[in-house]
Design a protein around this ligand. Structure first.
Ligand code: PPS
Length: 302
């Protein structure tokens, strides 16, 4: 695999966040907006939608193995997952990563496409084409911890500050891709009227990956054999994906693994190692208020 030349990438400073249609964003996700907005989805596309750090890579890899795992060894050994599953709104010109172009040039079908957009910003052709959508949600506390470590190590994300600072921002919804609360509840609402949407939970995937793989197969209408499903379930376990250079993101030049690995812990409940008692109490208060109008429920431990 070709590693992009970094010499031209302007990384003297982290990107600024600004308000974009009511959502905090950096220019990396808005520079290509006209093309994103007018993206032509296809009826057999599968959109993998998540708030950042909720299990995107995990579900992307599961879907990739379900569709392309058996027949294409070359794909599995030489193409990192972020090339197989383009990140629709991303636009890193210097890295030659432009999500819409990568999606348009995918040679295989169905196309698997990743997005972190809140539901109201998803290109309308996905709804018009009745494309299938797999949403993954993760409890807010673990999601916040994972996002904090990601912002520390990923040089194209805004500086997170210290943990307390980051958590304050998270509670105010001032993270790239906006408030976690609105993201998970907006997509949950969508599910009530759009039947081609499967809403998965990271905690369920950790609890019983095989069961969730089966759930995915049934949603997608795949008749994958039990043996094949068991094989895939093994291949997508945290330790296997952490060892696998096609899924662990070691090839991403803007990530500093000396600060934190991409495949960090993969646990439910790691928030307990980060939240103080006071932070937890404040977080619970804010959570109650922000989530009072939605029925979606998360587990912070299993
Ligand atoms: S991103 O950057 O938004 O695409 O990140 P994303 O892939 O959504 O989330 C990364 C977190 O998911 C964890 N992960 C897993 N956990 C358990 N099992 C498997 N197989 C797995 N694969 C990825 C990854 O470790 C990140 O969570 P943390 O809590 O930081 O470890």
């Amino acid at each position: 695999m070709e590693i992009p030349d970094m010499s031209s990438l302007q990384l003297h400073s982290r990107p600024e966040m600004f308000d974009f249609e009511g959502i905090s964003m950096t220019h990396f996700f808005t520079d290509n907006w006209e093309k994103v907005k007018n993206f032509q989805a296809r009826p057999d596309d599968i959109l993998i939608a998540t708030y950042p750090k909720a299990g995107t890579t995990w579900v992307s890899y599961i879907l990739d193995l379900l569709y392309f795992g058996k027949d294409d060894l070359e794909r599995q050994t030489s193409q990192p997952i972020y090339e197989r599953v383009p990140f629709l709104e991303s636009c890193f010109q210097d890295l030659k990563v432009i999500g819409t172009e990568m999606a348009d040039h995918l040679p295989t079908s169905p196309r698997l496409i990743k997005t972190h957009l809140p539901v109201q910003l998803v290109p309308k052709s996905f709804w018009e084409q009745n494309s299938r959508v797999v949403y993954v949600g993760r409890n807010a506390k673990d999601n916040a911890v994972s996002y904090f470590h990601f912002d520390r190590m990923n040089k194209v994300q805004p500086e997170p500050g210290d943990w307390n600072n980051f958590l304050e921002k998270f509670m105010k919804g001032k993270n790239v891709f906006g408030p976690w609360y609105d993201h998970v509840s907006g997509w949950w609402e969508k599910k009530q009227t759009y039947s081609n949407l499967l809403y998965l939970f990271y905690e369920d995937l950790v609890e019983d990956t095989g069961r969730e793989v089966e759930r995915l197969c049934s949603f997608l209408g795949l008749s994958t054999s039990v043996e094949e499903r068991e094989k895939i379930t093994k291949e997508v376990q945290f330790d296997a994906m952490k060892q696998n250079n096609m899924t662990n993101h070691v090839t991403v030049p803007v990530m500093d693994f000396k600060i934190s690995p991409f495949m960090r812990k993969g646990k439910v409940g790691d928030w307990k190692c980060h939240f103080t008692v006071a932070q937890n109490e404040e977080f619970d208060e804010v959570y109650k208020e922000k989530m009072k109008n939605t029925t979606v429920k998360f587990r912070t431990e299993i």
